[in-house]
Design a protein around this ligand. Structure first.
Ligand SMILES: [Zn+2]
Length: 234
């Protein structure tokens, strides 16, 4: 077999190994990225709880204001009742008194409901803060792990590239450029074996003329259908 072809077969196997390793780095880095994303979600949740707290506190203050206003009103009504001149006036003041008391009772109910909401928010905040703290530690640890793992893979890749470089030096430059050109579209199936007189890249049968050329000639032969470099398993 053509010496360059022999080396090309080896080279394509080396390239295949590198292709397998490269996505592993992204996968490992994803471990950290997913955790960071989750932590950011917790932080967003915490922020929205702070906004809720502000809103509820404002609502409580408004209800307190309402209670004060109506308490004052009650005091005024009491004064007026002491000096009441007619039955009609008394009834009107009674009605006003009832309304003010109702408003106070309602505002008090609102305040206790809102205070319960605040308590629940505080508990949730505490939970989130704890979760964020744990996640921070976990992320730091995972980062270290990821660095170790990716460093190992990068080292393996470096070894692969070194052996590729060494091998590439022994291949005719024209052949190498030709191979890289095919690799742009055929990726890891740029150099393929012929099985049962068919290209194992496109799986189309090779005509007898090209097949006999492949068997006899020492030249590099490409598939007439897809253009991949062909070889016969020896
Ligand atoms: Zn083909």
């Amino acid at each position: 077999m053509n010496k360059d072809l022999q080396n090309l077969i080896k080279l394509s196997k080396i390239d295949k190994e590198a292709t397998k390793l490269e996505p592993q780095i992204a996968e490992i880095e994803d471990e950290v990225n997913i955790k960071i994303k989750l932590q950011m979600q917790s932080q967003d949740e915490l922020e929205s709880l702070k906004t809720d707290t502000k809103r509820i506190k404002l609502e409580i203050a408004n209800n307190e204001l309402l209670i004060n206003e109506n308490s004052e009103k009650l005091a005024q009504i009491d004064k007026k009742i002491a000096n009441v001149k007619s039955e009609y006036e008394l009834r009107a003041l009674d009605a006003e008194n009832g309304l003010a008391k109702e408003k106070i009772a309602f505002a008090n109910e609102e305040i206790s409901r809102l205070e319960k909401e605040l308590e629940a928010i505080k508990d949730k905040e505490k939970e989130l803060l704890q979760a964020i703290e744990l996640a921070t530690k976990d992320i730091e640890e995972t980062k270290i792990e990821v660095q170790k793992k990716t460093a190992k893979i990068k080292l393996e890749l470096q070894k692969i590239f070194d052996s590729k470089e060494k091998l590439a030096k022994s291949i005719d430059n024209k052949v190498l450029v030709f191979y890289e050109k095919i690799r742009k579209w055929a990726k890891d199936t740029s150099v393929v074996v012929v099985k049962k007189q068919a290209c194992s890249g496109c799986f189309i049968r090779i005509n007898d003329k090209v097949y006999s050329e492949l068997l006899k000639s020492d030249d590099i032969v490409t598939c007439p259908h897809c253009g991949r470099i062909l070889y016969i398993q020896e």
